[in-house]
Design a protein around this ligand. Sequence first.
Ligand code: NAI
Length: 401
Amino acid sequence: MTLPKKILLVEAIHPVAKSRLETDGFDVHLLTHSPSEKELCELLPQYNVLGIRSKTQITSRVIESARHLDCMGAFCIGTNQVDLGRAQVEGIPVFNAPHANTRSVAELVVAEMICLARQLGDRNTGAHKGDWIKSAEGAKEVRGKTLGIVGYGHIGSQLSVLAEALGLKVIFHDIVKKLPLGNATPMANLEEVLRLSDFVSLHVPETEMTKNMIGAAEFAVIKKGAYLINASRGTVVDIDQLVLALKNKVIAGCAIDVFPEEPASNKEKFQSPLQGLANVLLTPHIGGSTEEAQYNIGVEVAESFRKFLLHGSTSGAVNFPVVDLPPMRKAQRFINVHRNEPGVLGEINAAISAHGANIVAQQLSTESAIGYIVTDVEGGNIAQLVVDIGRLPRSLRTRLV
Ligand code: NAI
């Protein structure tokens, strides 16, 4: 009898991940802290799978001590903490959950639109200090106003639906042609969005093209009295120009969740030239930080582990060729990771044929240095076949699933 795969989850990953994996018979161990490089190197030889969040650093030294790992999961959005290239050449797919917090970000933006339109941040701070500022001046409803969404991807399009439900008119700009949801209207360019919108909300990734995409030229065309919201990436807005636009009353306020420089931990002090300005909401990069998002991340990465360990599917991996063969019926399945060089497929299939096995289904995909192949076969001695394919000179790892 083969022992169940042992899975180590560190950094207090949401318990739903453990319960989901245990349902399939995996042996799951939890740690609440983020282990150091040394601790990981000592621990990992006992495990087949590792799950981390954003603090644990997976260096090439850690991967060296864990070459036998089947896969890894970053139970978060980013994967900068993992040496992805090294994991790839060792044949270890790394999974994450990039869209588990989409709804959380969209809801925060909806709240921010109302807070900005009613100057809630300033009224709240005033009331806490004993100031009673009962006035309708400058306070508005969001109903009937125009929301301009820049970047109509997962978050932008989700926000589009929520905003329309509140009675806003939605326009958007994306560099890729996108299907407008509901009554949203695509605009030809960013400038049109800036000219027409009462609220501008940014939902683009951090790229060379989006660096300072809202700067002096954009504040020169933005609708006077508009509100700017940035819950995407800190580099997208030129903060000095934003401060000028606020001080010169070009815009009536802003809500900023992400900053060019952010404290590395809750223990560090946060500083920004936006602090102390009127109708400016500042939040510590919490757009996606909700209990629901943590739950969703736990479910999504656990499901990726399951599908990879039980069926060989790599969809959702950030450093690996994607293969997603439907679950096998009667056939037996094995996976093989190999160096991406000409002729490997021929060698594998020659070995299958030499064992008298018949290929029922096969899917190959390659990325950079490696190729990944999932094969369903009937007949032959599968256990010996897997051993022989594993011995081929360019095989990195081969496993029966
Ligand atoms: P996504 O990849 O689904 O959508 C991004 C969209 O932006 C795509 O449709 C893309 O075509 C478009 N785009 C790219 N460059 C553009 C440009 N120059 N002009 C116009 N459109 C452009 O990404 P998703 O999941 O919607 O995330 C959007 C942003 O939100 C990302 O920067 C992400 O890092 C950030 N984010 C922030 C969180 C927070 O806690 N504040 C949490 C989650 C995501």
